[in-house]
Design a protein around this ligand. Sequence first.
Ligand code: ARG
Length: 607
Amino acid sequence: MSFIESIKDILNKAVADCFPGSGQAFECQVAPCQDRQFGDYQSNLAFLLAKREKTGPREIAGAVVESVRKEAKGTDFKSVPGIPANLSPAIIESIEIAGPGFINIRLKDTALLSELARTLADPRCGVERTARPQRIVVDYSSPNLAKDLHVGTMRSTVIGDSIARVLEFLGHEVLRQNHYGDWGANFGVLVAMIKQEYDSGLGGLEAAPLEAVEELYARGSALKASSGEFARRAAEEVNNLQAGNPESLAVWQALTDKTLHACHSLYWEFNVSLDASHDCPESFYRDDLPGVISELSEKGLLVEDNNALCAYLDGFLNVDGDPLPVIVQKSDAGYNYSTTDLAGIRHRVGRLGAQQIIIVTDRGQELHFRMIRALAQKAGWLPDSVPLRHLGYGVILQEIRDNGQTRKARFRTRSGGTVKIRELLAEGRRRSEALTLDRNPDIGAEELDGIVGKLTIAALKYADLKQRPESDYTFNWDQMLANQGNTGIYILYCYVRIASLFRKAGLDLAGAGPDALAITHELERELLLQVVSFPELFSGYEEELSSHNICSYLYELAGCYSRFWKDCPILTADDEVRHSRLVLSRAVAARLELGLSLLGIEVVERM
Ligand code: ARG
């Protein structure tokens, strides 16, 4: 149990004792104190309870404070190695009323130190596994294969990967699913184009660069718009694929193999925990699609509308107030994105036994998923007990300066095209190489290469993850690679500082033991409190999927460390103090490393 949970427990008990009427079902709110000089944690319980009790908040706070003090009195704090310190009011040093009725609590140094000692060798840094593990599908990255991966997909990839890592860390069984788009109209166009232009066989296509596929698709779409003859052939190829025509399927297979290979190598380079075993693309469901339609129709959920099959659901209207359909089979008999998503839900719940499904895409698909959810529930494929959660993220912007004015626009290449992840990584590497060489002119080529890759990933992922996913963010290389401010590089820099400290002290990071710890400086205490509060980060994670909170925590921790570093000499301090400070530094490094790894970022020893 984290300190914050323990304090809630202690306060809840006191409230129940003092106010048996309204106190029974009451849940206290506790938060870290904004200004740490007033205490470590604060509760506003008195204000909430005042309404129910019809008493002033200060009186309520007074009663609760007295009750906790009485409990804490005489219970001497004793640390028991290996057992959490935070079990009784004995962890509380002081509890005070502030202002109109806030309750401020300060913990005993010994309680904090004993928690530090207890978790020092713990690879989980004190974070417990969930008591209710679930099987959770996380559907992320899921690019459309007709083109190279671009920045839009990058957000799904980075955000989804962090969610999958954290849920797994918390003890859930995570089924990663890469529901990439490799089926439907786009592929009809591509197969028709390939047949037309690569008639000498698929060897030419295999050797062609990935750009050739994109270029082929662009020309194909233009052709489809201008030539009825080509449009007819493209539609025919969609039908060929759906009907399992071997020749069309062979072309399609060569095409998807090629783009998929590029996709997997990018995941590897970008430290994304997706590989071929997580592939579960749209085409995976092709044999299920007719069954999806027949089941929906047996359940009386479909109507025919201009030759297309549609479902109408209560409460979904378009801008004119007319009912909005979910189209599940188009007038040309083709299936679409909705059909595959329904098949996906049926498969994930029915065959995979998912207890929760999380899908990460751009914000624009919010309505689609609300309608799919409603339809799947009506069809009986999605029981109420299984949440289908769509996490919609915002767009990436860039600042554009023209005529002395700056404005924000979607992030694009200079020529107005979509930015590819591959190109971003290359650019990031160029920039971080220059910065690293500047700081370490004598570094060897191999070490440089490793560092540069990790810095690039840290900069890109952290910039994406540090805000709430639904917000837009502005892409800016200089900002994300800065070693000041809330950046991945700043956090890595803090880790590097500690690593070099340990190199200087001739210890490895695992070296300093937990015994005989002491606090001798207020900044040490501030840092210690931040260190031992690490588990608090995860208490609401499952509900909020809040990787951005991990970033805020790391940023604060690194900030605390840098203040400590400035004012608290380590290697030159007396033996006992030196030991405590090394232990504390090591604990900081462990939280930085673990926290970053949950964001998909690896640490470096030097930069
Ligand atoms: N391919 C889609 C896109 O690029 C995302 C797919 C997300 N997953 C899903 N089950 N629909 O927008």
